[in-house]
Design a protein around this ligand. Structure first.
Ligand SMILES: [Zn+2]
Length: 215
């Protein structure tokens, strides 16, 4: 995991896996196509698939939230494709910063990440393709590109570290994307770069109480 004592609350990013570690295949059911199902069922299925992409299934714990799970699943079953399309555009913008032959095969999805992990996003380099997961509720939409760029740097390197190599890739991305490049190459500084203000109630987004993307 890419977090530790230097993390800022609400601005943590994680990445997992080790270089040369086992590569898990991404399940073919990832393109969730349940045209005759209701929004709730689609939401439940989406979360089930997301659970296969996180390093620990407990990282996606919506179904244990008895108060909000129905509301969240219906919202996901209705809106998640628009959210993911926006994240996909962020991913493509990152790809544009590299030559085609340098680009890795990366997929990206939005998912509510369990509160105890305090993660705004993570990059799972143990999956093939590499998976970036963004908790779109913990970060305001105008800052989604910032967190995608951070996780993209991990995905590009296939490494969870915040080392000088990471600093170079992130700086390259920031320049290409018009984001503020990292000023120092300290581990703590790189861990939460680019900076953004986390939302106060991450689940409000997933309950549909805040901005809806794609409208
Ligand atoms: Zn990181």
């Amino acid at each position: 995991m890419g977090r530790g004592g230097g993390d800022r609350s609400g601005a943590n990013r994680g990445s997992t896996g080790t270089e040369g570690g086992s590569v898990l295949p991404v399940p073919p059911g990832l393109v969730i196509n349940l045209p005759n199902s209701d929004a709730y069922t689609r939401g439940v299925e989406y979360l089930r698939v997301m659970q296969t992409l996180v390093p620990e299934p407990a990282m996606v714990d919506v179904m244990s939230n008895l108060r909000d799970r129905t509301t969240i699943c219906v919202w996901i079953g209705t809106h998640i494709w628009a959210v993911n399309e926006t994240l996909q555009q962020c991913l493509l913008a990152c790809h544009e910063c590299f030559h085609v032959h340098q680009r890795r095969y990366i997929t990206i999805y939005a998912v509510p990440l369990a509160q105890p992990y305090q993660l705004d996003g993570l990059c799972n380099i143990s999956t093939n393709p590499t998976t970036i997961l963004i908790d779109a509720g913990r970060v305001a939409p105008e800052h989604w590109l910032s967190i995608v760029a951070h996780e993209y740097a991990h995905a590009h390197l296939g490494s969870p570290g915040h080392d000088p190599r990471f600093a170079r890739v992130l700086a390259h991305l920031c320049l290409g994307l018009g984001l503020q490049p990292p000023s120092a190459e300290t581990e703590a500084g790189l861990r939460s770069h680019p900076p953004y203000i986390p939302t106060s109630d991450p689940l409000a987004f997933w309950r549909g109480e805040t901005i809806t993307v794609g409208r």
